[in-house]
Design a protein around this ligand. Sequence first.
Ligand SMILES: CC(C)(COP(=O)(O)OP(=O)(O)OC[C@H]1O[C@@H](n2cnc3c(N)ncnc32)[C@H](O)[C@@H]1OP(=O)(O)O)[C@@H](O)C(=O)NCCC(=O)NCCS
Length: 125
Amino acid sequence: MAGDFDENSSAGITYLGAFATGPSQALLGYAVLGREKGDGLLMALIVRPELRRRGIGSQLLAAVGDCASYLGFDRLRLRVRRSNAPALALYKGMSFAQRSVSRKYYANGEDAIVMSARLPLKATL
Ligand SMILES: CC(C)(COP(=O)(O)OP(=O)(O)OC[C@H]1O[C@@H](n2cnc3c(N)ncnc32)[C@H](O)[C@@H]1OP(=O)(O)O)[C@@H](O)C(=O)NCCC(=O)NCCS
């Protein structure tokens, strides 16, 4: 697991990658941290489909939380599709709570659940 961030980035975007420890150093998943309304904003979190349910997403999310704290944020927020049960379970297990719903936020008309958590993140499972 490796984190890479640049607090001086003019775009204010931080990219984190999870890499295989073997010689391939293949990318297993990644996350993107931005900012919104004074909070850290989880903009993306994705794990290679064949490697899901092995704890990589949790580790990436924990690393995002650590980066967000380092960058001075007190809170991390995100949006997730209402139908995205795996992601909702992951976020609830990492102390995120629903704050609001953005109706028809996505291009296909699906609602976004807006969630946030105080930093540091805590595993609640
Ligand atoms: C959401 C995602 C990042 C989770 O990554 P992951 O590496 O599989 O997650 P983890 O293995 O760390 O899972 C942690 C916990 O999340 C929950 N969870 C993860 N996948 C789940 C699933 N398919 N069904 C139910 N719960 C799930 C479980 O509580 C799990 O803990 P457990 O395995 O001990 O039961 C992954 O499914 C993914 O890349 N999805 C597509 C992209 C996406 O939807 N990203 C989120 C956008 S908001």
